[in-house]
Design a protein around this ligand. Sequence first.
Ligand code: 13P
Length: 253
Amino acid sequence: MRKPLIAGNWKMHGRRSTVRSLIEAIKQEAKHFQHVDMAVFPSFVHLPEVEALLSNTPIAWGAQNLYLGENGAFTGEVSGPMLADYGCRYVLIGHSERRTIFQENLELIALKFQAAQAAGLKPILCIGETLAERQSQQTEEKIAIQLESVITKAGINAFHQAIIAYEPVWAIGTGLTATPEQAQDVHAFIRQIFMQHNHEIGSTMPILYGGSVKPDNAEGLFAMPDIDGALVGGASLEAKSFLGICEKISFVC
Ligand code: 13P
């Protein structure tokens, strides 16, 4: 049995006051969602605020990125141990915005995945195809390359402590969601890749869907057998829609 996870990726949004009100509103309702793991991913600067507000609650938090190593001359970067120091449980690795806007390549992403684990953080490895790749039937090839590059570097056993988020690039922030069937097909393909390496890892791996998830499309996605939750962008910035998505998964599990 895989416990569902709803993760809110706040991206580069929020101020101290809005972070506080959003967290307070989510916290108040958390007791209704005991069958769901909930986590938020604020910007680095909001981590102290989030840690103070969420310590001793069931809601976890994580970071959107990290850099390699523990300390060093890397101006502007934040290391895994720094994130662990602020109570982060998770870190997003390889989000499509990092891959495209910040040119993170397969090698760097695999190293970041390892850096996360070295710091005791659980990586949420984000993968997904572009619209052009989908239209030219390259979705599976692209997904396999993104996964195998990390499996080769980190070893399959590293995935005992990892989560996958399938986020088709064409569905992120566009209002275009993959249909439940489109998402399920890719999730099943991802699970099969892990199964081929290690049956237990394949069957227990949480695989989240991300890309314009909203309360009104979440139920259909969560009804799919290989969709174990969501990585939510825009709809996680308001308590009502974030909680609305959490509510949908409670009903189907
Ligand atoms: P949206 O939900 O805004 O499409 O963002 C998805 C995403 O990128 C989450 O990491």
